[in-house]
Design a protein around this ligand. Structure first.
Ligand SMILES: *Cc1c(COP(=O)(O)O)cnc(C)c1O
Length: 378
C-alpha cells in the first residue's frame, strides 16, 4: 500500500465529541454548527454528517452554493446561509428548503419575488448590524426592514424564522463592545416584536461568546471553530475537553547533513551555527503552509519537535533534525491535536501571527483530505 505524500486527516469522532460537548454546554439553547469554507478546511459534507449524528439541529454556511452542496451531500435538516449578492438564485434556495438571511429591504424583495415565482413561502432570517459594521441592517433603517418583513409575511410570501447579529470582540470577554452590541440587539428585537414579528430563533453568539457569555446564548448559538476542537479565545477559554479534529501528516522527502556555515532556503535567512542534519518536508505555501512561519514554527518528527529553518517555499520547507538521521519516508506531523507533543494549529497560528481559523481554513493545495472515524474521541 502506498502512503499518501501528504494528507490532511480529520477525525470525525472528534467532531462528534466537540458538538456533543458544546450542545450540552449551551442547552437549553440550540446549537448551529458552522460548516462554511469547506468546514473550515475539514471537509464540509463529512463534517456536517458528523455534526448531525451528534445531534446538531442547525448547520450554518455563508453562501447558497455551500448550502446546496450540503443538500447534494444528502443533508435534509435546517440550514441557514447568510452571505448573498444581488441576483442570487433564491428560487433554488427556496426549492431546496434553505433558510436565507436578509440584510436589506432590497434583498427581502428579491427573496419575496422568488417566493412568488416558486409558490414557496421563504423562510428568512433578518440580520441587524449591532456594531461589527460588516453585514447586517444598520439600526437606522432596521424599523423599515422589519415593517417590510411584516408586510411580506402578512402577504404569505415570507416567514421570518430568525433575527440575529454577530459580535466583533467576543474573544475578548472584558471588551465593552460586547455589552454594547447585546444592548443594541435587545432593542432591535423589541422593535421587531412591536412590529408583529415572532421569530422562532434569536441568535448572537459565535463559539467564543457561546462559551464565555452565557447571557448571549438566546435561542441558539453558532459554533464554528470550537466544533473543530480549536480554542476561539486562546488563554481565556475554560478547558472543555474539546479535541482538535485535524492533523496534517506527511513524510520526509530527504535527510542530509549540513556543515556549520551552510545557509538554508531562499534568501539564506538561516545559517547553521554547527554541523547538523536537516529533513526536507514536501509541502509548502501552495498547501497553505504559511510562508510567515519560516524560522518560527515546528513540526514533529521521530518523537521530537523540529524547528523550521529558512523560508517556507511553494512546495517544501526544511526542518532541523539536530544530528538525528531518520530515514527518508519518516513520518512528519506538521500539526495535530497535540496529545503526543506535536505542534497544534494554534502553535502554527502563533508562529505565523494569525489565528487558528486561518491555519485550518487555508490548508489544502495538493494534499489529500482523509476522514477517519475512531468512534467516540475525547
Ligand atoms: C463564521 C461565523 C460563525 C462561526 O464563528 P466561530 O468563531 O468559528 O464560532 C458564526 N456566525 C457567523 C455569522 C459567521 O460568519
Amino acid at each position: 500500500m502506498t502512503r499518501p505524500r501528504a494528507s490532511i486527516s480529520v477525525e470525525l469522532g472528534a467532531i462528534r465529541h466537540n458538538v456533543e460537548v458544546l450542545a450540552r454546554l449551551v442547552a437549553p439553547s440550540a446549537l448551529m454548527v458552522v460548516v462554511k469554507a469547506d468546514g473550515y478546511g475539514h471537509g464540509m459534507v463529512p463534517v456536517a454528517h458528523a455534526a448531525r449524528q451528534a445531534g446538531a439541529p442547525w448547520l450554518g454556511v455563508a453562501t447558497i452554493d455551500e448550502a446546496l452542496q450540503l443538500r447534494r451531500g444528502g443533508d435534509s435538516g435546517r440550514v441557514l446561509c447568510w452571505l448573498t449578492v444581488p441576483g442570487e438564485d433564491y428560487d433554488t434556495a427556496l426549492r431546496e428548503d434553505l433558510d436565507v438571511t436578509a440584510y436589506s429591504a432590497a434583498e427581502l424583495d428579491e427573496i419575496a419575488a422568488a417566493a412568488e415565482r416558486t409558490g414557496i413561502a421563504a423562510r428568512v432570517q433578518l440580520k441587524v448590524d449591532t456594531g461589527l459594521s460588516r453585514g447586517g441592517s444598520p439600526t437606522a433603517v432596521w424599523p423599515d426592514l422589519v415593517e417590510e418583513a411584516r408586510r411580506l409575511e402578512t402577504a404569505g410570501l415570507v416567514r421570518i424564522t430568525g433575527i440575529w447579529s454577530h459580535f466583533a470582540t467576543s474573544d475578548e470577554p472584558d471588551h465593552p463592545a460586547s455589552d454594547a452590541q447585546q444592548k443594541v440587539f435587545d432593542e432591535a428585537l423589541d422593535v421587531a416584536f412591536d412590529a408583529g414579528l415572532r421569530p422562532e430563533l434569536r441568535h448572537l453568539a459565535n463559539s467564543a461568546a457561546a462559551i464565555l457569555r452565557p447571557g448571549a446564548r438566546y435561542d441558539l448559538v453558532r459554533c464554528g471553530i470550537a466544533a473543530y476542537g480549536l480554542d476561539p479565545a486562546p488563554g481565556r477559554t475554560p478547558d472543555l475537553g474539546l479535541v482538535p479534529a485535524m492533523s496534517v501528516v506527511t513524510q520526509l522527502a530527504m535527510v542530509k547533513p549540513l556543515r556549520a556555515g551552510d545557509s538554508v532556503s531562499y534568501g539564506h535567512t538561516w545559517t547553521a551555527d554547527r554541523d547538523t542534519t536537516v529533513g526536507l518536508v514536501p509541502v509548502g505555501y501552495a498547501e497553505g503552509i504559511p510562508r510567515h512561519a519560516g524560522n518560527r514554527a515546528h513540526v514533529w518528527v521521530a518523537g521530537k519537535r523540529r524547528p523550521v529553518r529558512g523560508r517556507v517555499c511553494m512546495d517544501q520547507f526544511v526542518v532541523d533534525l539536530d544530528g538525528d538521521l531518520p530515514e527518508a519516508g519518516e513520518q512528519v506531523l506538521v500539526f495535530g491535536p497535540g496529545t503526543a507533543g506535536e505542534p497544534t494549529a494554534q502553535d502554527w497560528a502563533e508562529a505565523s501571527e494569525t489565528i487558528s481559523y486561518e491555519i485550518v481554513a487555508r490548508i489544502g493545495g495538493r494534499m489529500s483530505l482523509l476522514h477517519v472515524d475512531s468512534g467516540e474521541v475525547g
